[in-house]
Ligand binder design. Structure first.
Ligand SMILES: C[S@@+](CC[C@H](N)C(=O)[O-])C[C@H]1O[C@@H](n2cnc3c(N)ncnc32)[C@H](O)[C@@H]1O
Length: 371
């Protein structure tokens, strides 16, 4: 592969997701009320596999759109940007891509030293250099978003995730390329030990022989690794573009606002561009990719139906708890979908309530056989 490469549809979809997410993330962290008067924190974004900043068809790479969308954000006036307050760190290992990225950023934005935020572009190794760079730039103690967007070999030690997870209001997004799950013979056991935090954690996934289950097993293994690292919530999903190969993504956060913002971002991308976010928990059902899943009276998205059925198969639950489960355990569904789903499922008799009367979030719901 040359310095630049072609933008694949799944990467374009991933970029739209990042853009939506960041559009929400920046104001959550940077916009402060004039009334509170508390000292404004520093916020650090680390794009640890930055790339050359451009694609063959001239589309912008992640460093370019990250800077561009921040500087041109509609709430930028209320974010009080300064070089002290906002740090953007880009790491790229390949010499030619690193040089390209520097030139690209300067041609887009002028001298980086003159920007209203601090931009650091380093040639380095994501796994080795992320923590020292975060230390050098004084990131600890304030929010960090780490984006680990390698092609195939996710070789960032779990210790990096652990340090970020234990830092205040911090999050990570890790992506896996399409081939990651199929090349068992190429797996380097020592690297995987460091990525997953020990051999016992990843060998069951490596032993999975059914081809279509491999990505589920690995993704779930990584999700559990982020959980052990200390992230309170971990979302995992397969990003399926309209055409071409899928990508896989795991998001770790400790923040309710971050979790909701990521799900919102998925819905917005879904609606406009037709790609879908497949939940590893589901096997048959495909998400329809429609924003208004209850558009047709009495209809329910097949993926949501399958997930609710899966949860109810484990036992009765209140609608409120079901909503929490959807929010924290499934790729894209949120609390508000629980009540809507149960309403439709109750009408067609596929669930029953614990008591007669009005359906509320406090109602107990179960599958008919278990009632
Ligand atoms: C998937 S591409 C990144 C694309 C970019 N984030 C974007 O969205 O436009 C992965 C990049 O990581 C670089 N890379 C590979 N191994 C690396 C490592 N260990 N540390 C940092 N960069 C690495 C590759 O040269 C490549 O440019």
């Amino acid at each position: 592969m040359g310095v630049l490469w072609k933008l694949e549809p799944a990467t374009a979809a991933k970029h739209r997701l990042y853009q939506r997410y960041l559009d929400a993330w920046w104001p959550i962290l940077l916009q402060t009320s004039q009334h509170t008067g508390f000292s404004r924190p520093r916020v650090t974004l680390l794009d640890a596999f930055a790339g050359p900043g451009r694609y063959e068809g001239n589309e912008p790479g992640s460093p370019v759109f990250i800077i561009d969308r921040l500087l041109n954000h509609k709430a930028v006036e209320r974010m009080h940007l300064s070089q002290k307050r906002v740090h953007l760190i880009f790491i790229e290992k390949d010499r030619a891509r690193h040089e390209h990225l520097l030139k690209e950023l300067e041609s887009q934005f002028g001298a980086l030293a003159d920007l209203p935020v601090k931009v650091v572009v380093r040639r380095g190794e994501a796994g080795r250099d992320s923590l020292p760079l975060l230390t050098e730039l004084g990131a600890w103690g304030n929010p960090i978003l780490g984006i680990f967007d390698s092609w195939g070999s996710v070789n960032v030690p779990l210790e990096v995730m652990r340090r970020i997870a234990r830092n205040k209001s911090s999050e990570v997004i890790t992506t896996f390329g399409p081939n990651w799950f199929s090349r068992r013979e190429e797996l380097n056991a020592d690297i995987l030990d460091s990525v997953f935090g020990g051999r016992a954690h990843w060998t069951p996934a490596a032993d999975e022989s059914r081809p279509d289950e491999r990505w589920r097993a690995w993704l779930n293994t990584y999700r559990h690794a982020l959980q052990r690292a200390g992230f309170g919530y971990q979302l995992q999903f397969q990003l399926v573009p309209r055409t071409g190969q899928p990508l896989y993504l795991v998001f770790g956060t400790g923040s309710d606002a971050g979790l909701r913002a990521m799900k919102d971002a998925m819905w917005k991308v879904d609606d406009r561009d037709g790609e879908s976010f497949k939940d590893p928990r589901t096997r048959g059902a495909e998400a329809t990719g429609q924003l208004d899943l209850f558009q047709t009276e009495g209809a329910i998205d097949p993926e949501l139906l399958e997930l609710v059925n899966q949860r109810l198969a484990q036992g009765s639950i209140t609608v409120e708890r079901l909503g929490h489960w959807l929010l924290t355990e499934t790729a894209r569904w949120t609390s508000s979908h629980a009540l809507k789903a149960v309403r439709v499922m109750r009408q067609d008799g596929s669930v029953v309530l614990g008591s007669t009367g009005k359906l509320t979030t406090k109602s107990w719901v179960s599958l008919p056989a278990a009632a």
